[in-house]
Design a protein. Structure first.
Length: 569
Protein backbone atom coordinates (compact mmCIF):
# COMPACT_ATOMS: atom_id res chain seq x y z
CA UNK A 1 0.00 0.00 0.00
CA UNK A 2 1.49 3.38 -1.02
CA UNK A 3 2.55 5.49 1.90
CA UNK A 4 4.30 8.80 2.34
CA UNK A 5 7.81 8.25 3.64
CA UNK A 6 10.26 10.87 4.91
CA UNK A 7 12.10 11.40 1.64
CA UNK A 8 15.26 13.55 1.85
CA UNK A 9 14.89 17.17 0.90
CA UNK A 10 16.39 18.44 -2.33
CA UNK A 11 20.02 19.50 -1.95
CA UNK A 12 20.48 21.10 -5.39
CA UNK A 13 17.93 23.77 -6.30
CA UNK A 14 19.60 27.04 -7.38
CA UNK A 15 16.39 28.73 -8.54
CA UNK A 16 14.03 28.27 -5.64
CA UNK A 17 14.07 27.28 -2.04
CA UNK A 18 14.14 23.49 -1.40
CA UNK A 19 11.02 21.32 -1.47
CA UNK A 20 10.25 20.25 2.13
CA UNK A 21 8.82 16.83 2.64
CA UNK A 22 5.09 16.97 3.29
CA UNK A 23 3.63 16.04 6.66
CA UNK A 24 0.10 15.48 7.89
CA UNK A 25 -0.18 19.02 9.20
CA UNK A 26 1.05 20.64 5.98
CA UNK A 27 -1.39 18.83 3.67
CA UNK A 28 -4.95 20.07 4.02
CA UNK A 29 -8.27 18.51 3.08
CA UNK A 30 -8.07 17.61 -0.61
CA UNK A 31 -7.85 14.38 -2.51
CA UNK A 32 -5.32 12.76 -4.73
CA UNK A 33 -6.28 9.96 -7.12
CA UNK A 34 -4.01 7.13 -8.14
CA UNK A 35 -4.39 3.55 -9.29
CA UNK A 36 -2.54 0.58 -7.85
CA UNK A 37 -1.94 -2.86 -9.34
CA UNK A 38 -1.10 -5.71 -6.99
CA UNK A 39 -0.88 -9.00 -8.83
CA UNK A 40 -4.10 -9.22 -10.85
CA UNK A 41 -6.05 -6.88 -8.53
CA UNK A 42 -6.44 -3.31 -9.85
CA UNK A 43 -7.76 -0.61 -7.54
CA UNK A 44 -8.47 3.09 -7.77
CA UNK A 45 -7.37 4.74 -4.51
CA UNK A 46 -8.21 8.27 -3.37
CA UNK A 47 -6.08 10.01 -0.75
CA UNK A 48 -7.08 12.94 1.42
CA UNK A 49 -3.95 14.53 2.73
CA UNK A 50 -1.74 11.50 3.33
CA UNK A 51 -4.52 9.13 4.39
CA UNK A 52 -6.53 6.74 2.25
CA UNK A 53 -10.05 8.13 1.70
CA UNK A 54 -11.71 5.58 -0.59
CA UNK A 55 -10.94 2.55 -2.70
CA UNK A 56 -12.66 1.18 -5.82
CA UNK A 57 -11.93 -2.07 -7.64
CA UNK A 58 -11.16 -1.82 -11.38
CA UNK A 59 -12.05 -4.63 -13.79
CA UNK A 60 -8.95 -4.18 -15.97
CA UNK A 61 -5.57 -2.49 -16.01
CA UNK A 62 -6.05 1.29 -16.58
CA UNK A 63 -3.96 3.25 -19.08
CA UNK A 64 -4.85 6.79 -17.98
CA UNK A 65 -6.56 8.64 -15.13
CA UNK A 66 -7.71 12.25 -15.28
CA UNK A 67 -10.14 14.62 -13.56
CA UNK A 68 -12.63 16.92 -15.30
CA UNK A 69 -15.74 18.97 -14.62
CA UNK A 70 -18.92 17.63 -16.18
CA UNK A 71 -21.40 20.42 -15.33
CA UNK A 72 -21.69 23.94 -13.93
CA UNK A 73 -23.88 23.05 -10.96
CA UNK A 74 -22.75 24.04 -7.48
CA UNK A 75 -20.77 22.76 -5.73
CA UNK A 76 -18.37 22.16 -8.59
CA UNK A 77 -16.83 18.83 -7.81
CA UNK A 78 -14.65 17.26 -10.48
CA UNK A 79 -15.28 13.77 -11.76
CA UNK A 80 -12.61 11.12 -12.21
CA UNK A 81 -12.26 9.38 -15.59
CA UNK A 82 -10.36 6.09 -15.76
CA UNK A 83 -9.54 4.66 -19.20
CA UNK A 84 -9.27 0.88 -19.21
CA UNK A 85 -9.52 -1.32 -22.28
CA UNK A 86 -12.40 -0.10 -24.49
CA UNK A 87 -14.15 1.63 -21.57
CA UNK A 88 -13.98 4.96 -19.74
CA UNK A 89 -15.19 4.63 -16.16
CA UNK A 90 -16.45 7.91 -14.71
CA UNK A 91 -16.55 8.34 -10.93
CA UNK A 92 -18.58 11.18 -9.43
CA UNK A 93 -18.55 11.95 -5.71
CA UNK A 94 -16.01 9.12 -5.47
CA UNK A 95 -18.62 6.59 -6.62
CA UNK A 96 -19.19 4.85 -9.97
CA UNK A 97 -21.35 7.13 -12.13
CA UNK A 98 -21.10 6.22 -15.83
CA UNK A 99 -19.32 3.82 -18.17
CA UNK A 100 -18.58 4.91 -21.74
CA UNK A 101 -17.85 2.21 -24.29
CA UNK A 102 -15.98 2.84 -27.52
CA UNK A 103 -18.13 2.18 -30.59
CA UNK A 104 -17.43 -1.23 -32.21
CA UNK A 105 -15.41 -1.34 -35.39
CA UNK A 106 -16.59 -2.56 -38.74
CA UNK A 107 -16.39 -6.32 -39.24
CA UNK A 108 -14.85 -8.10 -42.17
CA UNK A 109 -17.81 -9.53 -44.17
CA UNK A 110 -15.77 -12.59 -45.17
CA UNK A 111 -14.97 -13.34 -41.53
CA UNK A 112 -18.64 -12.97 -40.60
CA UNK A 113 -19.57 -15.37 -43.39
CA UNK A 114 -17.14 -18.00 -42.04
CA UNK A 115 -18.64 -17.85 -38.55
CA UNK A 116 -22.17 -17.96 -39.98
CA UNK A 117 -21.24 -21.20 -41.75
CA UNK A 118 -19.81 -22.54 -38.49
CA UNK A 119 -23.05 -21.64 -36.74
CA UNK A 120 -24.98 -23.78 -39.26
CA UNK A 121 -22.35 -26.58 -39.18
CA UNK A 122 -21.57 -26.14 -42.87
CA UNK A 123 -17.78 -26.04 -42.51
CA UNK A 124 -15.27 -28.26 -40.75
CA UNK A 125 -12.51 -27.02 -38.44
CA UNK A 126 -9.62 -27.33 -40.90
CA UNK A 127 -11.47 -25.49 -43.67
CA UNK A 128 -12.50 -22.83 -41.18
CA UNK A 129 -8.89 -22.38 -40.05
CA UNK A 130 -7.61 -22.15 -43.63
CA UNK A 131 -10.22 -19.56 -44.60
CA UNK A 132 -9.52 -17.38 -41.55
CA UNK A 133 -5.75 -17.56 -42.14
CA UNK A 134 -6.27 -16.56 -45.75
CA UNK A 135 -8.45 -13.63 -44.68
CA UNK A 136 -5.84 -12.52 -42.13
CA UNK A 137 -3.08 -12.55 -44.74
CA UNK A 138 -4.92 -10.88 -47.63
CA UNK A 139 -7.58 -8.62 -46.12
CA UNK A 140 -6.71 -5.06 -45.06
CA UNK A 141 -9.22 -5.18 -42.19
CA UNK A 142 -7.89 -7.05 -39.12
CA UNK A 143 -9.69 -10.05 -37.69
CA UNK A 144 -11.68 -9.96 -34.50
CA UNK A 145 -10.31 -11.19 -31.18
CA UNK A 146 -12.53 -14.24 -31.40
CA UNK A 147 -11.02 -15.32 -34.73
CA UNK A 148 -7.45 -14.62 -33.60
CA UNK A 149 -8.05 -16.67 -30.46
CA UNK A 150 -9.37 -19.52 -32.60
CA UNK A 151 -6.29 -19.50 -34.84
CA UNK A 152 -3.97 -19.66 -31.83
CA UNK A 153 -5.52 -22.87 -30.47
CA UNK A 154 -4.46 -26.42 -31.15
CA UNK A 155 -6.71 -28.75 -33.11
CA UNK A 156 -8.17 -30.61 -30.06
CA UNK A 157 -9.19 -27.30 -28.47
CA UNK A 158 -10.79 -25.79 -31.57
CA UNK A 159 -13.96 -27.84 -31.47
CA UNK A 160 -14.88 -26.88 -27.92
CA UNK A 161 -14.04 -23.23 -28.67
CA UNK A 162 -16.27 -23.12 -31.76
CA UNK A 163 -19.15 -24.85 -29.95
CA UNK A 164 -18.89 -22.30 -27.16
CA UNK A 165 -18.71 -19.10 -29.22
CA UNK A 166 -20.33 -19.87 -32.58
CA UNK A 167 -23.77 -18.77 -31.37
CA UNK A 168 -22.45 -15.47 -30.03
CA UNK A 169 -22.14 -12.47 -32.38
CA UNK A 170 -18.54 -11.60 -33.25
CA UNK A 171 -17.32 -8.11 -32.43
CA UNK A 172 -14.21 -6.14 -33.29
CA UNK A 173 -13.45 -3.74 -30.46
CA UNK A 174 -10.58 -1.29 -30.12
CA UNK A 175 -8.95 -0.16 -26.87
CA UNK A 176 -7.89 3.17 -25.41
CA UNK A 177 -4.18 4.06 -25.44
CA UNK A 178 -4.15 7.60 -23.96
CA UNK A 179 -6.51 10.24 -22.62
CA UNK A 180 -6.50 13.99 -21.90
CA UNK A 181 -8.99 16.82 -21.25
CA UNK A 182 -10.02 19.83 -23.36
CA UNK A 183 -11.89 22.89 -22.11
CA UNK A 184 -15.37 23.16 -23.62
CA UNK A 185 -15.88 26.91 -24.05
CA UNK A 186 -13.94 28.74 -21.30
CA UNK A 187 -10.35 28.79 -20.10
CA UNK A 188 -11.18 29.00 -16.38
CA UNK A 189 -9.81 26.32 -14.10
CA UNK A 190 -13.32 25.32 -13.02
CA UNK A 191 -14.72 25.26 -16.57
CA UNK A 192 -16.43 22.26 -18.12
CA UNK A 193 -14.00 19.98 -19.97
CA UNK A 194 -14.29 17.37 -22.70
CA UNK A 195 -12.46 14.06 -22.71
CA UNK A 196 -9.98 13.48 -25.56
CA UNK A 197 -9.25 9.80 -26.20
CA UNK A 198 -6.66 8.09 -28.38
CA UNK A 199 -7.47 4.56 -29.56
CA UNK A 200 -5.57 1.56 -30.92
CA UNK A 201 -7.10 1.97 -34.39
CA UNK A 202 -5.36 5.36 -34.91
CA UNK A 203 -8.38 7.49 -33.95
CA UNK A 204 -8.68 10.58 -31.75
CA UNK A 205 -12.15 11.01 -30.20
CA UNK A 206 -13.51 14.07 -28.36
CA UNK A 207 -16.41 13.25 -26.01
CA UNK A 208 -19.17 15.49 -24.77
CA UNK A 209 -18.85 15.92 -20.96
CA UNK A 210 -22.59 15.58 -20.27
CA UNK A 211 -24.06 13.13 -22.78
CA UNK A 212 -20.75 11.33 -23.55
CA UNK A 213 -21.39 11.40 -27.26
CA UNK A 214 -18.61 11.74 -29.82
CA UNK A 215 -18.28 15.41 -30.77
CA UNK A 216 -15.32 15.05 -33.14
CA UNK A 217 -13.29 12.23 -34.67
CA UNK A 218 -9.81 12.55 -36.20
CA UNK A 219 -7.32 10.09 -37.68
CA UNK A 220 -3.55 9.90 -37.24
CA UNK A 221 -1.15 7.69 -39.25
CA UNK A 222 -0.06 5.63 -36.21
CA UNK A 223 -1.29 4.54 -32.78
CA UNK A 224 -1.32 7.54 -30.39
CA UNK A 225 0.71 7.15 -27.19
CA UNK A 226 0.68 10.63 -25.61
CA UNK A 227 -1.70 13.58 -25.88
CA UNK A 228 -1.30 17.27 -25.12
CA UNK A 229 -4.32 19.53 -25.63
CA UNK A 230 -4.66 23.33 -25.62
CA UNK A 231 -7.53 25.72 -26.39
CA UNK A 232 -11.31 25.37 -26.20
CA UNK A 233 -13.49 23.03 -28.22
CA UNK A 234 -16.10 25.68 -29.17
CA UNK A 235 -13.47 28.30 -30.11
CA UNK A 236 -10.12 26.92 -31.31
CA UNK A 237 -7.98 24.05 -30.09
CA UNK A 238 -4.78 22.25 -30.98
CA UNK A 239 -3.98 18.58 -30.36
CA UNK A 240 -0.39 17.39 -30.12
CA UNK A 241 -0.18 13.61 -30.51
CA UNK A 242 2.96 11.51 -30.04
CA UNK A 243 2.58 8.14 -31.75
CA UNK A 244 4.32 4.80 -31.43
CA UNK A 245 5.98 5.30 -34.81
CA UNK A 246 8.25 7.97 -33.33
CA UNK A 247 6.39 10.88 -34.93
CA UNK A 248 4.51 13.79 -33.38
CA UNK A 249 1.41 15.02 -35.21
CA UNK A 250 -0.37 18.33 -34.67
CA UNK A 251 -4.09 18.64 -35.39
CA UNK A 252 -6.27 21.71 -35.28
CA UNK A 253 -10.00 22.35 -35.17
CA UNK A 254 -12.00 20.94 -38.11
CA UNK A 255 -8.97 19.05 -39.44
CA UNK A 256 -9.50 15.35 -40.10
CA UNK A 257 -5.83 14.79 -40.81
CA UNK A 258 -2.65 16.13 -39.11
CA UNK A 259 -1.46 19.57 -40.19
CA UNK A 260 2.19 19.18 -39.17
CA UNK A 261 4.44 16.18 -38.57
CA UNK A 262 7.59 16.00 -36.44
CA UNK A 263 9.91 13.00 -36.82
CA UNK A 264 11.67 12.21 -33.54
CA UNK A 265 15.00 10.41 -33.26
CA UNK A 266 13.34 7.52 -31.38
CA UNK A 267 10.02 6.57 -29.80
CA UNK A 268 8.56 9.14 -27.41
CA UNK A 269 8.38 8.32 -23.70
CA UNK A 270 6.77 11.63 -22.71
CA UNK A 271 5.34 14.78 -24.24
CA UNK A 272 4.58 18.22 -22.81
CA UNK A 273 3.91 21.65 -24.29
CA UNK A 274 5.78 24.64 -22.86
CA UNK A 275 3.99 27.77 -24.11
CA UNK A 276 4.13 27.34 -27.91
CA UNK A 277 6.96 24.80 -27.98
CA UNK A 278 6.83 21.01 -27.78
CA UNK A 279 9.24 19.05 -25.59
CA UNK A 280 9.54 15.28 -26.01
CA UNK A 281 11.65 12.73 -24.14
CA UNK A 282 12.77 9.84 -26.34
CA UNK A 283 13.94 6.31 -25.69
CA UNK A 284 17.45 7.10 -26.99
CA UNK A 285 18.02 9.27 -23.87
CA UNK A 286 17.43 12.52 -25.73
CA UNK A 287 15.26 15.47 -24.74
CA UNK A 288 14.13 17.38 -27.82
CA UNK A 289 12.26 20.65 -28.33
CA UNK A 290 10.35 21.74 -31.43
CA UNK A 291 8.13 24.60 -32.46
CA UNK A 292 4.47 23.90 -33.19
CA UNK A 293 5.33 23.97 -36.91
CA UNK A 294 7.96 21.25 -36.59
CA UNK A 295 11.21 23.27 -36.47
CA UNK A 296 13.81 21.80 -34.13
CA UNK A 297 14.97 24.20 -31.41
CA UNK A 298 17.42 22.18 -29.34
CA UNK A 299 18.42 18.65 -28.32
CA UNK A 300 20.15 17.62 -25.09
CA UNK A 301 21.38 14.26 -23.86
CA UNK A 302 19.97 12.77 -20.65
CA UNK A 303 22.11 10.77 -18.20
CA UNK A 304 19.64 7.85 -18.19
CA UNK A 305 16.55 6.55 -19.94
CA UNK A 306 13.48 8.76 -19.27
CA UNK A 307 10.47 7.09 -17.68
CA UNK A 308 7.88 9.87 -17.58
CA UNK A 309 7.70 13.65 -17.71
CA UNK A 310 5.40 16.49 -16.71
CA UNK A 311 5.11 20.28 -16.83
CA UNK A 312 5.91 22.48 -13.85
CA UNK A 313 3.81 25.65 -14.19
CA UNK A 314 4.23 28.15 -11.34
CA UNK A 315 1.62 30.71 -12.36
CA UNK A 316 2.27 33.39 -9.71
CA UNK A 317 5.80 34.10 -10.98
CA UNK A 318 5.19 32.82 -14.54
CA UNK A 319 7.82 30.13 -14.24
CA UNK A 320 7.58 27.05 -16.44
CA UNK A 321 9.91 24.07 -16.53
CA UNK A 322 9.93 20.44 -17.62
CA UNK A 323 10.20 17.62 -15.08
CA UNK A 324 11.78 14.41 -16.41
CA UNK A 325 11.88 11.26 -14.28
CA UNK A 326 14.85 9.03 -15.16
CA UNK A 327 15.57 5.36 -14.65
CA UNK A 328 18.53 6.20 -12.34
CA UNK A 329 16.11 7.35 -9.58
CA UNK A 330 16.48 11.05 -10.36
CA UNK A 331 14.01 13.73 -11.42
CA UNK A 332 15.60 16.46 -13.56
CA UNK A 333 14.12 19.91 -14.01
CA UNK A 334 14.85 21.79 -17.24
CA UNK A 335 14.17 25.42 -18.09
CA UNK A 336 14.51 25.46 -21.86
CA UNK A 337 17.63 23.31 -22.35
CA UNK A 338 19.27 24.28 -19.06
CA UNK A 339 19.29 21.87 -16.12
CA UNK A 340 18.24 23.86 -13.04
CA UNK A 341 17.56 21.15 -10.44
CA UNK A 342 17.94 17.44 -9.66
CA UNK A 343 15.65 15.66 -7.16
CA UNK A 344 16.98 12.39 -5.77
CA UNK A 345 14.45 9.63 -4.98
CA UNK A 346 14.77 6.20 -3.38
CA UNK A 347 12.93 4.44 -6.20
CA UNK A 348 12.19 4.93 -9.89
CA UNK A 349 9.44 7.52 -10.37
CA UNK A 350 6.70 6.28 -12.71
CA UNK A 351 4.32 9.27 -12.72
CA UNK A 352 4.55 12.98 -11.90
CA UNK A 353 1.89 15.62 -11.32
CA UNK A 354 2.41 19.25 -10.36
CA UNK A 355 -0.42 21.55 -9.31
CA UNK A 356 -2.76 22.55 -6.51
CA UNK A 357 -3.19 20.23 -3.52
CA UNK A 358 -5.44 21.60 -0.81
CA UNK A 359 -4.39 25.14 0.09
CA UNK A 360 -0.97 24.64 -1.50
CA UNK A 361 -0.78 25.93 -5.07
CA UNK A 362 2.59 24.39 -5.91
CA UNK A 363 2.73 20.73 -4.96
CA UNK A 364 4.72 17.97 -6.61
CA UNK A 365 3.19 14.48 -6.33
CA UNK A 366 5.10 11.43 -7.55
CA UNK A 367 4.43 7.70 -7.51
CA UNK A 368 7.22 5.15 -7.63
CA UNK A 369 7.69 1.75 -9.19
CA UNK A 370 7.57 -0.02 -5.84
CA UNK A 371 4.22 1.53 -4.86
CA UNK A 372 5.43 4.62 -3.00
CA UNK A 373 3.73 8.02 -2.96
CA UNK A 374 5.94 11.12 -2.66
CA UNK A 375 4.45 14.56 -1.96
CA UNK A 376 6.67 17.64 -1.96
CA UNK A 377 5.39 21.17 -1.35
CA UNK A 378 7.16 24.24 -2.67
CA UNK A 379 7.68 26.94 -0.05
CA UNK A 380 5.41 29.92 -0.50
CA UNK A 381 8.38 32.25 0.04
CA UNK A 382 10.35 30.69 -2.80
CA UNK A 383 11.46 33.11 -5.49
CA UNK A 384 12.62 32.47 -9.01
CA UNK A 385 15.54 34.41 -10.44
CA UNK A 386 15.38 34.37 -14.21
CA UNK A 387 19.03 35.26 -14.50
CA UNK A 388 19.97 32.01 -12.80
CA UNK A 389 18.22 29.88 -15.39
CA UNK A 390 20.78 30.61 -18.08
CA UNK A 391 24.03 28.72 -18.25
CA UNK A 392 25.90 32.00 -18.36
CA UNK A 393 27.72 34.04 -20.95
CA UNK A 394 31.15 32.87 -22.14
CA UNK A 395 34.19 34.42 -20.53
CA UNK A 396 35.10 36.08 -23.81
CA UNK A 397 31.94 38.18 -23.71
CA UNK A 398 33.02 39.81 -20.46
CA UNK A 399 36.22 41.13 -22.03
CA UNK A 400 35.86 44.67 -23.28
CA UNK A 401 36.81 45.23 -26.88
CA UNK A 402 39.29 47.94 -27.81
CA UNK A 403 36.88 49.86 -30.01
CA UNK A 404 38.52 52.93 -31.60
CA UNK A 405 36.97 56.29 -31.06
CA UNK A 406 34.79 57.79 -33.73
CA UNK A 407 36.90 59.94 -36.03
CA UNK A 408 35.81 63.19 -37.61
CA UNK A 409 35.72 61.50 -41.00
CA UNK A 410 33.31 58.84 -39.65
CA UNK A 411 31.07 61.49 -38.11
CA UNK A 412 31.05 63.51 -41.34
CA UNK A 413 30.23 60.42 -43.38
CA UNK A 414 27.37 59.55 -41.00
CA UNK A 415 25.92 63.04 -41.31
CA UNK A 416 26.25 62.89 -45.08
CA UNK A 417 24.39 59.56 -45.24
CA UNK A 418 21.70 60.88 -42.95
CA UNK A 419 21.16 64.07 -44.97
CA UNK A 420 21.58 62.58 -48.47
CA UNK A 421 20.09 59.15 -47.85
CA UNK A 422 17.32 59.54 -50.47
CA UNK A 423 19.69 60.80 -53.16
CA UNK A 424 22.19 58.01 -52.47
CA UNK A 425 19.47 55.41 -52.74
CA UNK A 426 18.33 56.84 -56.09
CA UNK A 427 21.88 56.78 -57.45
CA UNK A 428 22.22 53.17 -56.35
CA UNK A 429 18.98 52.20 -58.05
CA UNK A 430 20.05 54.02 -61.24
CA UNK A 431 23.40 52.23 -61.38
CA UNK A 432 21.72 48.90 -60.70
CA UNK A 433 19.26 49.46 -63.54
CA UNK A 434 22.15 50.35 -65.88
CA UNK A 435 24.00 47.16 -65.00
CA UNK A 436 20.89 45.12 -65.70
CA UNK A 437 20.43 46.89 -69.05
CA UNK A 438 24.05 46.30 -70.09
CA UNK A 439 23.78 42.62 -69.15
CA UNK A 440 20.53 42.24 -71.09
CA UNK A 441 22.01 43.87 -74.18
CA UNK A 442 25.10 41.67 -74.02
CA UNK A 443 22.92 38.59 -73.76
CA UNK A 444 20.82 39.68 -76.76
CA UNK A 445 23.98 40.25 -78.83
CA UNK A 446 25.26 36.81 -77.85
CA UNK A 447 21.99 35.27 -78.99
CA UNK A 448 22.02 37.18 -82.26
CA UNK A 449 25.62 36.11 -82.97
CA UNK A 450 24.90 32.54 -81.83
CA UNK A 451 27.58 32.91 -79.14
CA UNK A 452 25.39 31.74 -76.28
CA UNK A 453 25.61 28.10 -75.07
CA UNK A 454 21.89 27.73 -75.89
CA UNK A 455 20.42 28.47 -79.32
CA UNK A 456 17.69 31.06 -79.69
CA UNK A 457 15.81 29.09 -82.32
CA UNK A 458 12.54 27.59 -81.11
CA UNK A 459 12.64 24.97 -83.87
CA UNK A 460 16.09 23.66 -82.85
CA UNK A 461 16.60 24.40 -79.10
CA UNK A 462 20.17 23.12 -78.80
CA UNK A 463 22.81 23.23 -76.07
CA UNK A 464 26.55 22.70 -76.64
CA UNK A 465 29.51 22.22 -74.33
CA UNK A 466 33.14 21.85 -75.54
CA UNK A 467 35.94 20.12 -73.62
CA UNK A 468 39.66 19.92 -74.59
CA UNK A 469 41.72 17.01 -73.26
CA UNK A 470 45.42 16.28 -73.59
CA UNK A 471 48.83 17.90 -73.17
CA UNK A 472 49.83 18.10 -76.81
CA UNK A 473 50.82 18.08 -79.49
CA UNK A 474 47.67 16.02 -80.09
CA UNK A 475 44.50 17.16 -78.30
CA UNK A 476 41.15 15.43 -77.98
CA UNK A 477 38.26 17.82 -78.63
CA UNK A 478 34.85 16.66 -77.32
CA UNK A 479 31.61 18.47 -78.24
CA UNK A 480 28.56 17.60 -76.14
CA UNK A 481 25.35 18.37 -78.07
CA UNK A 482 21.95 18.12 -76.43
CA UNK A 483 18.42 18.66 -77.75
CA UNK A 484 16.47 20.73 -75.20
CA UNK A 485 13.10 20.10 -76.84
CA UNK A 486 10.55 17.96 -74.97
CA UNK A 487 9.03 15.97 -77.81
CA UNK A 488 10.70 16.93 -81.12
CA UNK A 489 13.89 15.37 -82.51
CA UNK A 490 16.42 17.45 -84.49
CA UNK A 491 18.14 16.11 -87.60
CA UNK A 492 20.23 17.36 -90.56
CA UNK A 493 22.78 19.26 -88.48
CA UNK A 494 26.34 20.01 -89.62
CA UNK A 495 29.41 20.73 -87.47
CA UNK A 496 32.25 22.85 -88.90
CA UNK A 497 35.59 24.08 -87.46
CA UNK A 498 37.31 27.37 -88.33
CA UNK A 499 41.01 27.59 -87.35
CA UNK A 500 44.47 28.73 -88.44
CA UNK A 501 45.79 25.99 -90.70
CA UNK A 502 49.39 27.03 -89.96
CA UNK A 503 48.95 26.24 -86.28
CA UNK A 504 46.47 23.37 -86.13
CA UNK A 505 45.28 20.42 -88.11
CA UNK A 506 41.82 18.95 -87.37
CA UNK A 507 41.16 15.32 -88.23
CA UNK A 508 37.53 15.97 -89.22
CA UNK A 509 37.03 19.71 -89.86
CA UNK A 510 33.53 19.13 -91.23
CA UNK A 511 31.06 16.33 -90.45
CA UNK A 512 27.37 15.65 -90.10
CA UNK A 513 25.85 15.27 -86.63
CA UNK A 514 23.45 12.39 -85.91
CA UNK A 515 19.78 12.88 -85.18
CA UNK A 516 19.40 14.36 -81.69
CA UNK A 517 16.72 12.69 -79.54
CA UNK A 518 15.26 14.97 -76.79
CA UNK A 519 16.95 14.71 -73.42
CA UNK A 520 20.04 12.73 -74.47
CA UNK A 521 23.64 13.97 -74.52
CA UNK A 522 25.59 13.26 -77.73
CA UNK A 523 29.41 13.42 -77.43
CA UNK A 524 31.08 14.24 -80.78
CA UNK A 525 34.85 13.62 -80.66
CA UNK A 526 37.63 14.76 -83.01
CA UNK A 527 41.41 15.18 -82.68
CA UNK A 528 43.44 18.38 -83.15
CA UNK A 529 47.17 18.32 -84.02
CA UNK A 530 49.34 21.30 -83.09
CA UNK A 531 51.77 22.13 -85.95
CA UNK A 532 53.71 25.04 -84.45
CA UNK A 533 56.98 24.58 -82.55
CA UNK A 534 57.02 28.09 -81.05
CA UNK A 535 54.79 27.33 -78.03
CA UNK A 536 51.87 29.53 -79.03
CA UNK A 537 48.12 28.87 -79.05
CA UNK A 538 45.07 30.20 -80.84
CA UNK A 539 41.26 30.01 -80.87
CA UNK A 540 39.32 27.33 -82.72
CA UNK A 541 35.74 28.26 -83.62
CA UNK A 542 33.03 25.61 -83.78
CA UNK A 543 29.83 26.16 -85.75
CA UNK A 544 26.63 24.09 -85.61
CA UNK A 545 24.56 24.75 -88.73
CA UNK A 546 21.31 23.59 -90.17
CA UNK A 547 21.73 21.86 -93.54
CA UNK A 548 21.02 24.37 -96.32
CA UNK A 549 21.34 27.46 -94.05
CA UNK A 550 24.27 29.86 -93.93
CA UNK A 551 23.64 31.30 -90.45
CA UNK A 552 24.88 29.03 -87.62
CA UNK A 553 22.62 27.89 -84.82
CA UNK A 554 25.44 27.72 -82.23
CA UNK A 555 28.95 29.11 -82.12
CA UNK A 556 31.68 28.22 -79.64
CA UNK A 557 35.14 29.75 -79.28
CA UNK A 558 37.62 27.25 -77.84
CA UNK A 559 40.82 28.66 -76.32
CA UNK A 560 43.36 25.97 -77.07
CA UNK A 561 46.07 25.37 -74.46
CA UNK A 562 49.77 25.64 -75.21
CA UNK A 563 51.16 22.35 -76.40
CA UNK A 564 53.52 20.99 -73.75
CA UNK A 565 54.68 18.13 -75.96
CA UNK A 566 56.67 20.48 -78.22
CA UNK A 567 59.23 21.24 -75.50
CA UNK A 568 60.54 17.70 -75.68
CA UNK A 569 60.79 17.67 -79.48
Amino acid sequence: MPTTTPWPTCTRFPLVSPWPTSTATETVSWWWVTWVRRGHEMKLKVYQGTGLLSENALPDLPVSVTTFLMEQHEPRMPAVAVASGPFVYVYKNLRPYFKFTLPPLELNPMEKSVWDQAKEDKVDLMSMKEMLEQIRENAEMPLSVQSLRFLSLDLPEMESFVNQYKMQPIKRQTVITCMATLKKNMVDEDAVSCLVIGTENNEILILDPEAFTILAKMMVPSVPAFLDVTGQFDVEYRLTVACRSGCVYILRRDSKRPKYCIELSAQALGLVRVQKNIVAACSDEMLQSYTQKGKKLWVISLPATPVTMSLLDEKFQSFQAVLVALANMEVHMYRDKNLVNVIQTQDIVTSICFGRYGREDNTLVMTTKGGGLIIKILKRTATFHKGDTAVGAPVAQSIKLNVPKKTKLYVDQTLRERESGVAMHRVFQTDLSRIRLVAARAYVRALECSMAPVSESLQEPLKMNAVVQGMGPTFKLSLNLQNMSETRAVANLLVSFLYDEKLYSVAQPFFKAPMLVPGLNYPLVTFVQCLSTQGISDIIKVFVLREGASEPLLTAHINMPVSEGLAAV
